[in-house]
Design a protein around this ligand. Structure first.
Ligand code: ASP
Length: 439
């Protein structure tokens, strides 16, 4: 039987009523055999996520403040979930163990990881699935970098022993000493992808509180259409430009084994959501898959007559930026000019030094700095087959009075990057969306 791996985010396990929905989703398909869970998230706006409370708990302990007043509401969240669902779990014993470890000076990572650990203990009891701790299965080196192949071997060997299991997201351990190591926030998505790879799953279902990705930011475009399917590469382009639906690092384990990721909505399981895959299927879709962008870039343009004949010019320019510890986003070049597009936040107090080094080391004829530029990525793997995509983008912007400051088509031909003034950012996104999606 093929296997489906599911990951439920914090909002899907926030309280008893959400967890009932989770159970009916899992039980609707016998292939849904491995379930990764987050810690309980917010039940309503203004509520606290368990992980945030645990991070506070760690701070309280670091400052030698009595921790019981903070531990009690955390325990209460789990008790109310267990009571609400009639789960037979010894929460007292679990918290006694946590208290013992707190008193013995356990690590901050251990404290924060208990959110997912307890969530998985309860969900495994509720679903009647085995509990499989990820502590000794997801392995990191001493610098906290994931050991992907060691992890895959350990996880697949363990999964083979369990027909059905619930696993906690977000943490693993240092291979060298077994101490708990965490992913960055939102990291249960990565755990889910690793489990999917280890289980050789047919799909990795990532259950959240939205029905997939949208073609544009709904704060800018009214009711944007959902993205039906998107390739791993397209997702990367859109995420880089600010569209977020999942932890960025969740894509690569799935991509390594060519496992499609399906973003689904726990509150609307009937919605198909978004499929993220190698992009070889779903050929009938629109030319563009999505639009995303960010404001506040700085464009530094360097002009020098006969630049194209000066061997090593670009390398020297890049070395200056590298020495300043600044990373750039794009470098459009002309015969006698070179521009660097850099996020404003990267430059802050470094701009003057960089400009000085350009002047001294590159001896340019002129340097021009323009701040407040927005970069918009128009992404679509079908673009390379359709003639005139860039022309349509330019036309849409021109007819809406948006001046294009930069235009760059990636060599992979899955994206066109447009630079406009910050003030035109929203107008530009609306115009491009209207041109391609709802003309
Ligand atoms: N609970 C963790 C967080 O809030 C990890 C996760 O939910 O993915 O970031």
């Amino acid at each position: 039987m093929s296997v489906k791996v599911l990951k439920f985010g914090g909002s899907s396990v926030a309280d008893a009523s959400q967890i009932r929905k989770m159970k009916s989703i899992v039980e609707a398909d016998p292939e849904r055999r491995y379930v990764v869970v987050s810690a309980p998230g917010k039940r309503y706006s203004g509520d606290s996520k368990i992980t945030d409370l645990l991070i506070m708990l760690k701070a309280v302990i670091d400052n030698n403040i009595p921790y019981e007043p903070l531990l009690a509401p955390i325990k209460e969240r789990y008790t109310s979930i267990a009571d609400g669902l009639g789960i037979d779990a010894d929460i007292d014993a679990e918290f006694d163990e946590i208290r013992r470890n707190l008193n013995e000076g356990c690590s901050g990572n251990y404290i924060v990881s208990r959110g997912e650990y307890l969530s998985a203990i309860l969900m495994s009891a509720y679903l009647g699935y085995d509990f499989v701790d990820t502590k000794d299965l997801i392995l990191f080196d001493n610098k906290g970098r994931l050991l992907i192949e060691e992890t895959n071997a350990a996880l697949s060997a363990e999964l083979a022993k369990h027909e059905k299991a619930v696993l906690p997201g977000f943490y693993g351990s240092y291979a060298s000493n077994g101490g708990i190591c965490l992913f960055s926030r939102g990291g249960s998505d990565v755990t889910g992808a690793l489990v999917a790879r280890a289980a050789e799953a047919s799909v990795y279902e990532n259950w959240t509180d939205v029905s997939g990705m949208l073609m544009a930011d709904p704060r800018i475009v009214e009711n944007p259409l959902p993205i039906k399917d998107i390739s791993y590469m397209e997702l990367r382009e859109l995420s880089y430009m600010g569209a977020s639906v999942m932890h960025e690092d969740a894509v690569f384990p799935a991509r390594m084994s060519d496992i499609p990721i399906n973003i689904r909505n726990t509150n609307h399981p009937e919605d198909p959501g978004t499929i993220i895959s190698n992009g070889k299927t779903g050929d009938d879709g629109s030319v563009i898959s999505g639009i995303a962008g960010k404001r506040d870039f700085t464009v530094i343009s360097i002009y020098k007559n006969m630049m194209n004949n000066e061997v090593g010019f670009v390398r020297r320019a890049l070395a200056i930026v590298e020495d300043a510890g600044v990373s750039f986003d794009h470098i459009p070049t002309g015969i006698d000019s070179l521009s660097m597009v850099i996020a404003g936040s990267e430059l802050e107090d470094k701009l003057d030094d960089i400009l000085e080094a350009f002047k001294v080391q590159l001896k340019p004829d002129d340097i021009n700095v323009e701040e407040g530029i927005a970069m918009i990525a128009v992404v679509g793997r079908r673009m390379f087959r359709s003639v005139g995509t860039s022309a349509r983008i330019c036309g849409a912007l021109a007819s809406n009075g948006v001046n294009i400051r930069m235009l760059n088509q990636g060599t992979g031909e899955i994206n066109v990057i447009v630079g406009v003034e910050d003030a035109d950012f929203e107008k530009a996104i609306k115009a491009i969306y209207a041109e391609f999606v709802k003309a």
